[in-house]
Ligand binder design. Structure first.
Ligand SMILES: [Zn+2]
Length: 179
């Protein structure tokens, strides 16, 4: 018994690595990584479903913009139209018929994930369709439109609200959007 302890302690100094082998196959992906993988698959499926199907190498920012618009039908964020009496109200007292859209924060985070995934799958940063200026312009327009329609003061950057805005990129907040 005592010899085992001695053997063990003699090994100790050389390497601090543990002998535990984490099961690499079953190692769960982080929330971000698994979400990124899901997004990437969704986008790939979207390209395949186009007629004619779009190869990833042919994909440009127009496909990305179409993809973002396509996603709006699955959105959960009420964005009031100009004619709506609740336009600009953060918490309307009653439901209305305005469309549900993808929240700006979730689109912004989505683009970030897809942009990373594109390069992880061998795409070059120069041709990354998720990194183009058109995408940034589109996201900015969505942000400003939703800020006005929903009465969210995104523009007040001097206050500490910055952190709250960044927080909207978390998927959890998307799910928590109430009607
Ligand atoms: Zn409305």
């Amino acid at each position: 018994m005592s010899t085992q302890i001695q053997n063990g302690s003699s090994h100790h100094g050389s390497s601090s690595s543990s002998s535990q082998h984490p099961p690499s196959n079953q190692q769960p992906l982080s929330r971000y990584e698994s979400q990124k993988r899901r997004d990437w698959n969704t986008f790939g499926q979207y390209l395949k479903n186009q007629s004619p199907p779009v190869a990833l190498s042919q994909c440009n920012f127009n496909h990305v913009l179409d993809f973002l618009r396509y996603l709006d039908q699955f959105g959960k964020t009420k964005v009031h139209l100009h004619g709506c009496i609740f336009f600009g109200q953060p918490t309307p007292p009653a439901p209305c018929a305005c469309p549900l859209r993808q929240a700006w924060g979730s689109l912004d985070a989505l683009i970030g994930r897809l942009r990373a995934a594109y390069e992880e799958h061998g795409g070059s940063p120069e041709t990354n369709p998720f990194g183009g200026g058109s995408i940034r312009v589109y996201l900015r327009e969505v942000k400003e439109c939703q800020a006005k329609a929903r009465g969210i003061p995104y523009k007040k950057k001097k206050k500490k609200r910055n952190t709250i805005i960044k927080g909207t990129q978390r998927p959890k907040d998307i799910e928590q959007q109430p009607s």
